[in-house]
Design a protein around this ligand. Structure first.
Ligand SMILES: Cc1cc2nc3c(=O)[nH]c(=O)nc-3n(C[C@H](O)[C@H](O)[C@H](O)COP(=O)(O)O)c2cc1C
Length: 281
């Protein structure tokens, strides 16, 4: 009900302003408990008991400003981020576009975030509260050594996160998705696993939907080889299905029900291999 009342007002604002206002409002709300575990919905992944499989994807609360308020909306987990070692402003505005007719969004935010120190302080302040908070980590755009950035972020966030997501699938940091290439990916994951040390925080890998079947095979093989805990499918797509909105030509990642890239590919070519490889059938 709250949403149906607020939606028309929020739609009068630019998308990013509406988002900021929403976060500001959520910061004023009391922390909520996660939903009670329902035996039909509860699931265990990587040793984590999720009360429901529906969680909040990163990009909504990039800076861990209100993760505990979000549990009150029924989310079984909240993934914050993407967080980079240093704060960064991201791309110039406008960088978030509503494609209302297509029930879609295009964004090219570019990892705007407050940086690791600020996010660590907020996560520490919330420690002890209930709810699964995952931390999605990335590299600074101007970093001279992106793999080192992921290692630093792993070291910093593993003690505070219920799980870590290595995000190499954003289309809005030039060159980032090249880390999905087999050689770079193996080196990246070695660095992350070494940085995790004796901490047992599960590590997930978030993929782009715009991969070829051969890439999926490589990534699957490496993920198993490095004993990763899960793959997250998927980030926004750079493909453009038929869209009606005037913003359809904007650069960035498209998210919507029509973001079918990897999901379709998994069903068509890769899923059998993936399912067989992880042994879940
Ligand atoms: C405005 C916006 C910002 C996002 N920022 C991030 C981000 O910082 N890190 C990340 O891994 N994914 C980010 N995402 C991607 C979402 O987490 C999610 O993977 C994507 O929207 C799923 O696409 P779908 O809705 O088409 O399934 C962002 C998405 C949007 C719309």
């Amino acid at each position: 009900m709250l949403f149906s009342l607020a939606r028309p007002a929020l739609f009068l604002l630019d998308g990013e302003d509406a988002h900021r206002l929403t976060i500001a409002g959520l910061r004023l709300m009391p922390a909520s408990s996660p939903p009670r575990s329902d035996p039909v919905l509860a699931m265990r992944v990587a040793g984590i008991d999720f009360p429901t499989p529906v969680g909040l994807a990163p990009g909504f609360d990039k800076n861990a400003e209100a993760p505990h308020a979000m549990f009150g909306f029924g989310f079984g987990f909240v993934e914050i981020g993407t967080v980079t070692p240093l704060p960064q402003a991201g791309n110039p505005r406008p960088r978030l576009f509503r494609l209302a007719e297509d029930r879609a969004v295009i964004n090219r935010m570019g990892f705007n975030n407050d940086g690791a120190d600020a996010v660590v302080a907020r996560l520490k302040a919330g420690q002890g509260r209930k709810g699964i908070i995952g931390v999605n980590i990335g590299a600074n755009k101007d970093s001279a050594d992106r793999i080192a950035d992921y290692a630093v972020m792993t070291r910093t966030m593993a003690p505070l996160a219920r799980y870590l997501t290595v995000n190499i699938s954003s289309p809005n940091t030039p060159g980032l998705r090249a880390l999905q290439d087999a050689g770079a990916l193996a080196a990246l994951l070695d660095a992350v696993i070494e940085a995790r040390g004796t901490n047992t925080c599960p590590v997930f890998l978030k993929l782009a939907p715009d991969l070829e079947a051969a890439d999926i095979d490589d990534i699957t093989r490496i993920a198993i080889d490095k004993a990763l805990d899960a793959l997250i499918v998927s980030n926004t797509t750079i493909s453009r299905p038929a869209l009606r909105s005037r913003h359809a030509g904007e650069a960035g990642g498209l998210s919507a029900r029509i973001n079918r890239g990897l999901k379709t590919l998994l069903q068509r070519d890769g899923f059998a291999t993936l399912a067989e490889a992880v042994g879940t059938g």
